[in-house]
Ligand binder design. Structure first.
Ligand SMILES: [Zn+2]
Length: 245
């Protein structure tokens, strides 16, 4: 019970910097954490604390069932092992972008706001099967045609670098140096947006809102069946793992 009480308190008060930027609380990450530790119990419950303690033990971490930064850093590391692109970048390898004639153009209605999207054909196939399954599973997802539409797929590395320089927004140089979007395997999907924010705003309030949407929750529970893995900081960014970057 003590662990559950500690989690109940920290859920909205933990002061930490899980991605190098100060945040308060860990509610945004509850869907991913719950999925990883295999519990459907709410984060302030004894059941959650017990599942977390079991996961901590399996990970050879201090198994007190109290969520903290060390748990999240381990979870991040585990999730990164499932992203082939990140594994390459960790070895200081930036994969070449595929030639444009190996990419497929979106069909009408697939890009957010009518945007045209390029992806590798097999990634598009997997995304189409996933989006169809999500809409069939949950009428709340089907009710808004924006859900799961793609607002960014393949991005030309040269254009990305130019935009980074022009806007002075290089996402910590990641966008300029080597973005997952160069592979034609990464998709940014509409999962909802908090009032006043856009679908790709990384403002904490927006990411928290996204963490509660049926679309995001469905993705966390099901996307791996279709070969898609998440980037925990951006609820909209998923990478398809069916081909090597
Ligand atoms: Zn992205």
């Amino acid at each position: 019970m003590a662990a559950a009480d500690a989690n109940a308190a920290s859920l909205h008060t933990l002061a930490w910097s899980p991605f190098g930027r100060a945040e308060i609380g860990w509610e945004t990450y509850v869907p991913l954490v719950s999925r990883e530790i295999r519990t459907a119990c709410p984060p302030a419950s004894p059941g959650f604390a017990a599942a977390l303690a079991a996961w901590e033990e399996a990970q050879r971490l201090p198994s007190d069932g109290v969520f903290g930064d060390s748990d999240f850093q381990r979870l991040k590391g585990v999730m990164e092992t499932r992203r082939p692109f990140v594994q390459l970048v960790a070895r200081r390898i930036c994969p070449d972008a595929p030639s444009i004639n190996r990419l497929e153009l979106s069909r009408p209605g697939e890009g957010y706001g009518g945007k045209q999207i390029l992806l590798r054909p097999a990634a598009f196939d997997a995304w189409r099967r996933m989006a169809a399954a999500a809409r069939a599973d949950d009428p709340r997802i089907a009710a808004d045609p924006r859900n799961l539409t793609i607002f960014s797929g393949y991005r030309n590395p040269d254009a990305d670098a130019a935009r980074c320089n022009a806007e002075g927004n290089c996402q910590g140089v990641v966008r300029a140096a080597c973005s997952a979007h160069r592979t034609g395997l990464a998709v940014d999907m509409y999962v909802g947006q908090a009032p006043g924010y856009g679908p790709d705003s990384s403002a904490d309030a927006n990411r928290l809102y996204m963490s509660w949407t049926p679309t995001y929750r469905w993705l966390v529970a099901n996307a791996d069946r279709f070969g898609f893995v998440p980037y925990p900081f951006e609820p909209w960014h998923w990478e398809w793992t069916g081909e090597q970057p």
